[in-house]
Design a protein around this ligand. Structure first.
Ligand code: EPU
Length: 429
């Protein structure tokens, strides 16, 4: 297993290209199941999760062709996927595939909408909590699917197709909203989705579906209306930039100090995160080329933050912000409201010398003068990268183990940081 070694104390200077968003790419790839024609996706990040979803789609008979390099492209340019679900050969998504990546459960929506049936393994728990799928199932039932749960599988049937209906989510759910929009796109009649997730990735997928011939309005707001169509066609779509990768490197610069341009980053995707960083003492400026983040001289100020669905502060940046606050001049409070158990980074940050106390969903972080390097590991993607951020400011050497979690969601992390002067390297294991 690969490890990452970081020697802390170097400031970051230069530019970091921001990749396409993982959490848009995954549902976009799944949306390819809705059409017999080819969906072409540009700016797809090279991530382990993308490869895993390719295997899952392959099991349904989907062909994924990865476009070759074009002249003038750098290793940081996203890849192009040509995805063809001309013939779906299997409507079952088995446990051994779905259990590796939760989002693969979402294939249930296009499969039942197009094929009239789907049998998809329940994803089970994961490192950040129980993460049930009851609301996704509720949405499909509201569109007329018969649902049965048998042997750990959800079986959805709609022999005569799905029909439009009203879906009112009692809780904001990104996966539930993706599922509802995809299923409703091929349902007969109109679907109204209330309390929909407003995340930019939901809008990105809806934009792509509309290019494919869907009739979706209101995506990006909490009320989405979908008029079903009988078939969808192919399209070409460019994945939007990854706002969580953007926020992560912005926190890294705030932690280490320095001045970095986050190329292609879009401030409108991350206003709440950028506001918190500014409050913490980072200088943030939007430029035509992306977002510039700098911290020179000034210390890190403590903050009070509560995670919330978009446009609030994202749960996917909670661990990274906590790493930054370990070195703040004062006491911070961070409350996690989206997932009940997303604090695995806490004990590892403590191993680096952080002072953090947990009380239910609230973490109190008392800033310390310095962190000290140590061997650490984490069991999820965002927790792992928070350890990298902490290590950038820690005295001495930190070894981050179980790097495969980072590879699920960060493309060429060590290259991007070392190009800006960080002492970071991957050690093949
Ligand atoms: N929930 C339910 N029932 C459901 C579905 C969700 O109770 O049927 C609960 C969850 O347990 C959680 C809350 O609703 O407490 C929100 O979960 P949501 O459905 O929004 O999460 P998700 O769709 O499974 C996506 C991202 C996550 C991100 C969350 C929240 C992808 C592939 N995943 O997950 O990203 O944290 O939305 O924004 O888009 C990550 O990238 O590291 C990651 C975990």
């Amino acid at each position: 297993m690969d490890r990452i070694r970081i020697k802390g104390g170097r400031r970051l200077h230069g530019s970091i290209p921001i990749s396409g968003a993982k959490n848009a790419t995954l549902p976009l790839m799944i949306a390819s199941l809705l059409t017999e024609e080819t969906l072409v996706l540009d700016n797809v990040p090279r991530l382990a999760d993308v490869g895993q979803l390719q295997r899952i789609l392959g099991n349904h008979g989907v062909d994924v062709m990865v476009g070759g390099k074009r002249p003038g492209e750098t290793p940081y340019d996203g890849q192009t996927l040509h995805i063809s679900a001309a013939r779906i050969v299997d409507t079952t998504a088995p446990y051994d595939l779905v259990s590796k990546m939760r989002a693969s459960f979402w294939v249930i929506a296009p499969l039942v909408a197009r094929m009239g049936q789907a049998r998809v393994s329940m994803p089970g728990g994961c490192a950040i909590g129980t993460r049930p799928v009851d609301l996704l199932i509720m949405a499909l039932a509201r569109l007329g699917a018969d649902i049965e749960i048998d042997g750990g599988y959800v079986i959805a049937r709609a022999k005569n197709g799905l029909k439009g209906g009203e879906i009112n989510f009692p809780k904001v759910t990104v996966g539930g909203t993706h599922t509802a929009i995809m299923a409703a796109s091929l349902a007969r009649g109109t679907t109204v989705i209330e309390n929909a997730a407003r995340e930019p990735e939901v809008k990105d997928v809806a934009d792509c579906l509309n290019q494919m011939g869907a009739k979706i309005s209101g995506a990006g707001t909490s009320r989405v209306i979908v008029e079903g169509v009988s078939r969808l066609s192919g399209a070409r779509h460019r994945v939007l930039p990854d706002r969580i990768e953007t926020g992560t490197y912005a926190m890294a610069v705030a932690m280490a100090g320095g001045d970095v341009l986050l190329e292609n980053a879009r401030p409108d995707l991350l206003q709440a995160g950028l506001d918190v960083l500014a409050e913490a003492g980072a200088e943030i400026s939007a430029t035509n080329a992306g977002i510039r983040v700098a911290r020179n001289g000034a210390g890190i100020a403590p903050v009070e933050v509560v995670t919330a669905p978009f446009p609030g502060f994202p749960t996917d940046l909670q661990a990274q912000l906590m790493a930054l606050m370990t070195c703040a001049k004062g006491t911070s409070h961070i409350t996690e409201t989206i997932f009940e158990n997303r604090f695995m980074h806490v004990q590892e940050l403590v191993r680096l010398g952080a002072h953090i106390q947990l009380n239910g969903e609230c973490a109190t972080i008392e800033g310390v003068g310095k962190l000290t390097g140590a061997p650490v590991m984490a069991t999820d993607l965002r927790a792992s990268v928070s350890l990298v951020i902490a290590a950038l400011a820690a005295e001495g050497e930190t070894m981050v183990n179980r790097v495969y979690h980072l590879d699920r969601g960060f493309e060429r992390l060590e290259d991007k940081l070392s190009a800006c002067g960080a002492a970071i390297e991957r050690i093949a294991g």
